[in-house]
Write a protein that binds this ligand. Structure first.
Ligand code: PEP
Ligand code: MN
Length: 339
């Protein structure tokens, strides 16, 4: 629930309300506003008599949060969250559009460096690459592990761009967090609650992909896991869901962008690469994602897609990516954003 304090409530009155809530086992989150302070209280409402809070000096009203997710809900926090990455990259409403680009997998030092320099030159502001790969087949390339993280760290040094990479296992969180600027939770792990809790304990920004069979509500519940552990730096990523349609790898649910904007204060980006599975469909859906109001994009780019060890069919060549970036500039401007 949210306790809205009166505009003239004193610090002491606010403190007394917070203290009382804590005594009854509530997690307390203060949001001092320009006009009035709002106190978010997460816990079991039956543990306290609401009248006893309502009657305290300085309290204006108590508003229940009707959604099952609390900390991520717009009801809890009206202002948009801005997620900050190393290198001055800020992701969220009103910020420059974040473009995370690079190959699906890190395949080698030279290969990754080549891709990193190409996407930097085209104007991407975050590098992407997988060192721990969630492959459908146990016989497919599984990623380079720590060696891959080291190659990405080198590319960060060279380009000055921060990088995002997937962590698949609770046992690897510390290792991946040692190198990466942002931890990606892949679609297949969206409902791995132990992993969500573990990354929630880090101070690294999290990119939370939507599970291919998950509703928006389930996705937001997963984000709630991360926030409930104290990490509020979460960016959501729509990457397509599984439907009856077989013409594309997934169905990119662009409805999710405005729906998510309504329900939560967290930023959202769109991944048209996994959303379509085909490189020649990527530009149209990237443009559409921005037009729908996304705060950023994740796009797979490979210097030689036909040689890629994963997701070559959906990877753009650097020149196609560069051309797309120019188009995205125009789309961003049309919806009042910058790229
Ligand atoms: C990826 O980003 O390469 C990836 C595996 O994505 P997803 O989890 O969305 O399938
Ligand atoms: Mn991929």
């Amino acid at each position: 629930m949210i306790i809205i304090m009166k505009p003239d409530a004193t610090k002491e009155q606010i403190g007394l309300v917070a203290e009382k809530l804590k005594k009854h086992g509530f997690g307390v989150h203060l949001s001092p506003g320009a006009e009035r302070t709002v106190i978010g209280a997460i816990g079991d409402k039956s543990a306290i008599q609401l009248e006893s809070i309502q009657m305290m000096p300085g309290v204006s009203e108590i508003v229940p949060i009707r959604k099952p997710y609390k900390l991520v809900s717009r009801e809890f926090q009206k202002a948009d969250t801005i997620v900050e990455l190393a290198g001055g990259v800020r992701i969220g409403a009103g910020q420059k559009i974040a473009v995370m680009a690079g190959p699906c997998s890190v395949e080698g030092e030279r290969e990754f460096m080549e891709a990193a320099e190409a996407v930097k030159q085209a104007g991407a502001n975050v590098l992407r690459g997988g060192a721990f790969k969630p492959r459908t087949s146990p016989y497919a390339f599984q990623g380079l592990g720590e060696q891959g993280l080291k190659f990405m760290a080198k590319a960060r040094e060279r380009t000055g761009l921060p990088f995002v990479t997937e962590v698949m296992d609770t046992r690897d969180v510390e290792l991946v967090a040692k190198y990466a600027d942002m931890l990606q939770i892949g679609a297949r792990n969206m409902a791995n609650f132990n992993l969500l809790k573990e990354v929630g304990k880090t101070k690294k920004p999290i990119l939370l992909k939507r599970g291919p069979g998950s509703t928006i509500q389930e996705w937001l519940m997963s984000a709630e896991y991360v926030l409930s552990e104290g990490n509020k730096q979460v960016v959501l990523c729509e990457r397509g869901i599984r439907t009856f349609e077989t013409a594309t790898r997934n169905t990119l649910d662009l409805n999710a962008v405005p729906v998510v904007k309504k329900l939560t204060h967290l930023p959202i980006i769109v991944d048209p690469s996994h959303g379509t599975g085909e490189w020649d469909l990527v530009p149209a859906m990237a443009r559409a994602g921005l037009a729908a109001g996304a705060d950023g994009l994740m796009i797979e780019v490979h210097p030689r897609p036909d040689e890629a060890m994963s997701d070559g069919a959906q990877s753009l060549k650097p020149d196609t990516f560069q051309k797309l970036m120019a188009e995205l500039k125009a789309v961003a401007a049309a919806v009042g954003r910058r790229l």
